[in-house]
Write a protein that binds this ligand. Structure first.
Ligand SMILES: Cc1cc2nc3c(=O)[nH]c(=O)nc-3n(C[C@H](O)[C@H](O)[C@H](O)COP(=O)(O)OP(=O)(O)OC[C@H]3O[C@@H](n4cnc5c(N)ncnc54)[C@H](O)[C@@H]3O)c2cc1C
Length: 421
């Protein structure tokens, strides 16, 4: 989808390589694309005629089980991090597809199955090592370079190249998880809305609207048909599993289900095969404070016309611990939102691009009256540059100020860009 031709690709192995690459790009006035897990939907991880700085070889991890923390290099994926921390019965909020990079995901905020219980990925950041536009290495945390530490918790890759992240970890061992499929009906969404509003924060249940995938536990009659799927991850006590199962049964008529106890890293690999590398994507994001009946009608309307098997709309619940962080405590501004919605057309054939993108745009337009103005930066498309201010709401001006101080020439501009002027 992004057929671009950089002049140079650096596969950094250490901080020195990163510093040299940033300095080289600045001196030679080259566009600079920074790449972690390479999951950027708008294709910000590559560029034409410039330098791609890939951190994919920087995947070292060090868990400190006593301090409940992990330091992870900037090229790690969530598979790497979950694997390392699960050995100690520990985890932090990360993405629901294991090949997504920790870097891009955390810098934009970071949503996943543990968000309601543990906050966003960026809320669990304790410190970060960052190479600035000047090519200097800084360690930032609440006390050192606190302005940068504030900005990188939601502000994306605008402020430097993060070479390592230190996260707070939580006790998370086995969880009850997996998908439950239902017909595409308003009642199911209404029941889900009620459940989330009252459920303990250890419940991470993401609602998806998609076409029934060809899974052995979903009857064939539903393959390719519009359905609702609830992706459950219950990280609370095992003796409450039954209550979670009963609640899932009451959301609506269950078409197919595979919910079982599993180690936490496994739930984040279950959907990998549905979104293999090489697909085309055009995503739109919006925050929702209240999932209204009118919004549900829009979801049903567009869900019934889902253009492709790989496409999905996902509603990530971001209440609970996410809402307990003040809206100005980090760059991530929408602390009053209950859901982060991604309208996610994904398709394999280039010839289908126009149709899929038109569906995504129209769906997003139809949801606008029932959504906040801004959305989650990591669910935005390349044509969403005019939404950057809205995405950061009251925090935008402070981000611009910090950008001016640390990257006045906008070296780090291949992102949802916070322009210095
Ligand atoms: C299949 C799939 C599943 C996803 N699931 C989730 C999910 O569950 N939760 C969620 O919150 N989001 C999810 N996302 C969105 C995801 O958060 C963004 O696509 C994110 O940008 C991916 O980060 P990356 O490092 O993999 O991507 P990259 O393409 O490598 O990087 C994206 C951008 O991040 C910045 N960046 C990357 N590395 C660095 C670095 N070391 N230092 C500074 N800046 C850097 C750059 O601006 C870069 O352009 C998903 C995306 C995909 C494609």
């Amino acid at each position: 989808m992004h057929d671009r031709h950089p002049r140079l690709i650096v596969q950094a192995v250490d901080v020195a390589d990163v510093m040299a690459s940033v300095t080289f790009a600045r001196k030679h006035d080259l566009p600079l694309a920074v790449r972690g897990g390479a999951h950027s939907v708008p294709g910000f991880g590559t560029c034409d005629g410039g330098l791609v700085l890939s951190l994919e070889r920087m995947r070292g991890l060090r868990v400190d089980p006593e301090a409940h923390s992990v330091r992870a290099e900037g090229g790690c994926t969530w598979a790497d991090l979950n694997h390392a921390t699960a050995a100690f019965g520990l985890a932090t909020t990360g993405g629901i597809v294991s090949s997504t990079g920790i870097a891009g995901l955390t810098l934009g905020g970071g949503l996943g199955f543990l968000s309601r219980r543990c906050g966003l990925s960026c809320d669990n950041l304790l410190s970060a090592d960052l190479v600035t536009a000047e090519g200097r290495l800084l360690t930032c945390d609440e006390n050192r370079h606190a302005d940068l530490f504030w900005a990188i918790r939601g502000g994306g890759g605008n402020f430097g190249v993060v070479t390592s992240f230190e996260y707070r970890l939580h006790d998370v061992a086995d969880i009850l998880g997996g998908p439950t499929f239902y017909p595409l009906e308003a009642e199911v969404m209404r029941h889900y809305r009620e459940w989330i509003a009252e459920a303990p924060e250890a419940l991470g249940a993401i609602l998806g609207i998609t076409l029934g995938p060809p899974l052995p536990f979903l009857p064939e009659a539903w393959h390719g048909q519009p359905v609702i799927v609830v992706l459950t991850c219950w990280s609370g006590p095992a003796d409450e599993d039954r209550a979670v199962r009963e609640r899932l049964d009451r959301l609506g008529p269950v078409l197919g289900q595979s919910v079982q106890r599993m180690p936490y890293p496994v739930i984040n690999t279950l959907f990998d095969e549905l979104l293999p590398a090489g697909l085309h994507h055009y995503w739109k994001g919006c925050f929702t404070r209240e999932l209204s009946d009118e919004a549900i009608d829009v979801h049903l309307d567009f869900g019934a016309r889902m253009p492709c098997l790989q496409s999905a709309t996902l509603l990530f619940p971001i209440d609970g611990a996410c809402q307990r962080v003040a809206p100005d405590a980090t760059a991530f501004a929408y602390r009053d939102a209950t859901f982060a919605t991604v309208i996610g057309p994904s398709w394999p054939e280039p010839a289908d691009s126009e149709h899929n993108m038109a569906w995504g745009r129209a769906y997003h337009e139809a949801l606008r009256p029932y959504s906040e103005e801004g959305g989650y930066v990591n669910f935005m498309s390349g044509d969403d540059a005019d939404r950057v201010r809205a995405n950061y709401r009251q925090n935008h001006d402070r981000l611009v100020e910090i950008k001016r101080r640390h990257d006045p020439t906008n070296l780090f501009r291949l992102n949802q860009n916070i322009a210095p002027s």
